[in-house]
Design a protein around this ligand. Structure first.
Ligand SMILES: [Ca+2]
Ligand SMILES: [Ca+2]
Length: 257
C-alpha cells in the first residue's frame, strides 16, 4: 500500500559536504538573522538613553522648585568653569542667564561628571552636560533672594520663550527674541532645562537646534529656545518651568505673595 521508498543512505555517502551555493544561502540567512537582532538592540539603547534623560530633566525641574521654596529665589546657571556651582554664588545678576549649565553642585543633584555638572543619559562628555537658562526679567527678581516677593505676583513677568519651531521667530539674537504666533509652547517661562540629545558631540547648528546654545550653534544666546519634533535634524530634549507652576508652589509653601 505504501508508496514511500526506503531512504537510500548509500547515495548520501557520494555527496560530501555542502556546495558553495548552499553555503552562500546559509550565510545569507545568518546575516539576515543577526541584522534583525542587532538593530533593535541599538534602538533599545536609544530608548533607554532618551528615557533616562527625560527623567533627569524632570528631576532637575523638581529640584529647582524645592530650591525656590527653600531660598526665596532660583539658582543662577553654572558657567563652563564653575564646576556645577551657580555663577555668581549667591545669585543676583546671573553671568550666564541663557547659555549656562544646570547648577547640580549647588542643588546636590546626580548624576554628575567629574567636574560637578549634571549629565544626560547619552554619555559623559562635556557636550552631554545638562543646560539651563533662567529669566532675567524684572531686574533679575527671580535669581535675587526675596526678589519675587518684593516685586509682587502681579508685576512679575518671566520672559523665556519655548517655540515649537524656529520658523517665523522674530528678533532672534536680541533681547526681544520671540516665537511666531501659534508656535509658542511657553512665552512666560521662568527656566528652561535641556539636553543636546544623541547628536550632542557632532551637531547643533541646524535651523532648529541652532537656537539652543551649544558648542556648534552659530547664533548668539537669547531668551528664545526651540523644542521641536524629534527627528533627523532635531534631537534636543527640553523641559521648562512655567510661571504658573512656580507661583502655585511658592504660594502653597507660604513664600508668596
Ligand atoms: Ca541635539
Ligand atoms: Ca535662542
Amino acid at each position: 500500500m505504501s508508496s514511500r521508498q526506503p531512504l537510500n543512505f548509500s547515495s548520501a555517502s557520494t555527496d560530501s559536504g555542502f556546495t558553495l551555493i548552499e553555503l552562500a544561502v546559509v550565510m545569507f540567512i545568518v546575516t539576515l538573522l543577526l541584522g534583525g537582532m542587532l538593530l533593535p538592540l541599538s534602538a533599545q539603547q536609544d530608548v533607554r538613553a532618551y528615557g533616562e534623560t527625560q527623567k533627569i530633566l524632570t528631576e532637575a525641574r523638581d529640584a529647582l522648585l524645592g530650591y525656590a521654596m527653600a531660598n526665596d529665589r532660583l539658582p543662577c546657571p553654572a558657567s563652563s568653569t564653575s564646576n556645577g556651582v551657580e555663577d555668581p554664588v549667591g545669585g543676583g545678576t546671573c553671568n550666564h542667564p541663557y547659555d549656562g549649565f544646570f547648577p547640580a553642585a549647588t542643588l546636590g543633584l546626580t548624576p554628575v561628571d567629574s567636574s560637578g555638572y549634571l549629565v544626560d543619559g547619552w554619555g559623559s562628555d562635556p557636550d552631554n552636560r545638562i543646560r539651563y537658562a533662567l529669566t532675567a526679567s524684572n531686574t533679575n527678581a527671580f535669581s535675587t533672594s526675596s526678589g519675587m516677593k518684593s516685586t509682587g505676583l502681579t508685576v512679575l513677568a518671566p520672559d523665556l520663550q519655548v517655540c515649537s519651531t524656529s520658523t517665523g521667530m522674530s528678533n532672534a539674537e536680541t533681547a526681544s527674541a520671540a516665537c511666531a504666533a501659534t508656535t509658542g509652547l511657553a512665552t512666560d517661562g521662568v527656566a528652561v532645562i535641556y539636553s543636546l540629545g544623541k547628536n550632542a558631540g557632532s551637531a547643533g547648528s541646524g535651523s532648529e537646534e541652532n537656537h539652543n546654545p551649544n558648542p556648534r550653534s552659530t547664533l548668539a544666546a537669547d531668551r528664545a529656545f526651540v523644542s521641536a519634533q524629534q527627528g533627523s535634524g532635531y534631537d534636543d530634549q527640553m523641559v521648562w518651568l512655567s510661571k504658573s507652576t512656580l507661583f502655585n508652589r511658592l504660594v502653597a509653601a507660604g513664600r508668596l505673595p
